[in-house]
Design a protein around this ligand. Structure first.
Ligand code: NDP
Ligand code: 2IT
Length: 446
């Protein structure tokens, strides 16, 4: 059997330059090689080699006309990573930084995350290097229509079901759904995150943030710590950050920061419900910058060009993007007394910083466990679409809560060390792997 080093050398050779993909695979390989050594069937069937190669990648031209009548061209992608346990499932990201390596890292992590949800969901991810920022609604619509004009022939409710991610929210899902319906002449649950009056699930917008807090509640229970009164730093101010904050406020925690790519805001006394309503309106309707909070919210300051990790907190919720916590940030967080990290974003902590957290034995949950609430509720949306029915808020929330408790139990099952420390990285990687790997073995060499 290959060592982790040999395995990674092969991954790097086959996927040159895709650094985020290498990073995501390396983390999983570190957890899995010792496990596979004890279960040689996975090595004999070359499961990990197969899992690190997407089943299919689609790359396509997305031409559109901007408001000045000028031709614009973006690159569209869909990485169909693994369909062993269900149709490909995962979000679409619209951001200028999007490239194949980033989407492969996200699709790879999605396979493990979706397996952890206990729902029948394969893994995929897609998007484009399109920047919705500063575009008119019309331009966003034209882009989404052009994007779907190619993507529609590759997806379907039983094949591949995309959803939102950075830069893709209810507005974009609406435009893409409209174009899919028109092209296919079919009203099906081909996308999740739809509007509630046309097939969307209640709680889906809230689900990633709420789910992340539910996971943190389970982690805190292992140390008999309440969430009430805890000081929390949150990064980002998009979908995940907003609903993480909403749930934390509801549970009596104090949220002192939010951010965007320009900088962060800090309010020592904690954001209020009213402050949060302002942020919802600012970000989702006016599509403004977080810096505006400094003027509009009493006691709130803005620091440009910095991330919020130097602010004292008990719990940190990185909820913006990948690699937003480096070693320096991790050390600052520890020094200031932070003892728990709930990753709302995908891979927000660089590997050396993860090690800092784990060496300090603090509660650290990786994104694939902590932020799985979004895709879980997407799975629940697919179920409701299939039975042509809709569940109440309470029903969906209860199922989401149950799923997150379950994921935590599985992380403990596979990640508890001899000294009692729960290694959530190993736990989530191994638990996510076993189900997919066994299904792949059952289905033969495909
Ligand atoms: P949104 O587009 O709603 O919000 C993204 C936020 O992150 C914005 O505040 C944005 O600031 C900030 N951000 C994005 N890129 C960068 C960057 N390069 N540097 C600094 N800040 C940045 O996206 P979501 O809230 O949906 O996604 C946030 C994270 O959560 C992502 O990692 C995503 O993959 C993950 N996630 C999302 C799920 C979902 O259901 N939506 C599910 C699971 C995980 P600005 O406006 O300045 O760009
Ligand atoms: O990273 C993620 O899990 C998402 N962006 C949500 C995917 C989904 O299909 O709901």
């Amino acid at each position: 059997m290959k060592s982790a080093k040999e395995f990674m050398a092969e991954v790097i050779r086959k996927n040159p330059g895709e650094i985020e993909f290498h990073q995501a695979v390396d983390e999983v390989v570190q957890s899995l090689i010792p496990f596979i050594k004890k279960h040689p069937k996975y090595d004999e069937e070359k499961i990990l080699e197969r899992m690190t190669m997407p089943e299919r990648i689609l790359i396509f031209r997305v031409p559109w006309l901007d408001d000045d009548g000028e031709v614009q061209i973006n690159t569209g992608y869909r990485v169909e990573m693994n369909s062993a346990i269900g149709p490909y499932k995962g979000g679409l990201r619209f951001h200028p930084s999007v490239n194949l390596g980033i989407l492969k890292f996200l699709a790879f992590e999605q396979v493990f995350k979706n397996s952890l949800t206990t729902l029948p969901l394969g893994g995929g991810k897609g998007g484009a290097d399109f920047d919705p920022k500063g575009k008119s609604n019309r331009e966003v619509m034209k882009f989404c229509q052009s994007f779907m004009t190619e993507l529609f022939r590759h997806i379907g409710e039983n094949t591949d079901v995309p959803a939102g991610d950075i830069g893709v929210g209810s507005r974009e899902i609406g435009y893409m759904f409209g174009q899919y319906k028109r092209l296919k002449n079919e009203f099906t649950g081909v996308l999740t995150g739809k509007g509630v009056n046309w097939g969307g699930s209640l709680i889906r917008p809230e689900a990633t943030g709420y789910g992340c807090v539910y996971f943190v509640l389970e982690m805190l229970k292992t140390r008999k710590e309440p969430i009430e009164g805890k000081v929390c730093t949150v990064s980002g101010s998009g979908n995940v950050a907003q609903y993480t904050t909403e749930k934390l406020l509801e549970l009596g925690a104090k949220v002192v920061t939010l951010s965007d790519s320009g900088g962060y805001i800090y309010k020592k006394s904690g954001l209020t419900e009213k402050d949060l309503r302002f942020v919802f309106e600012l970000k989702n309707l006016r599509r403004g910058r977080i810096s505006e909070c400094a003027k509009a919210l009493k006691g709130c300051t803005y620091t440009a060009g910095k991330r919020p990790w130097g602010i004292k907190c008990d719990i940190a919720f990185p909820s913006a993007t990948q690699n937003e916590i480096d070693v320096k940030d991790a050390k600052k967080l520890l020094k200031n007394g932070c003892f728990c990290i709930g990753e709302g974003a995908n891979m927000p902590t660089i590997p050396a910083a993860v090690k800092v957290f784990q060496d300090a034995k603090i509660l650290y949950a990786p994104g694939k466990a902590a932020n799985a609430g979004g895709v879980s509720t997407s799975g629940l949306e697919m179920s409701q679409n299939s039975i042509r029915s809709a569940w109440t808020r309470e029903e969906v929330d209860k199922k989401l809560r149950r799923i997150k408790v379950n994921i935590h139990e599985n992380c403990v099952k596979y990640g508890k060390q001899k000294d009692g420390y729960i290694n959530y990285v190993d736990g989530s990687n191994i638990a996510g792997f076993v189900k997919v790997a066994d299904a792949m073995i059952d289905q033969g060499i495909v």
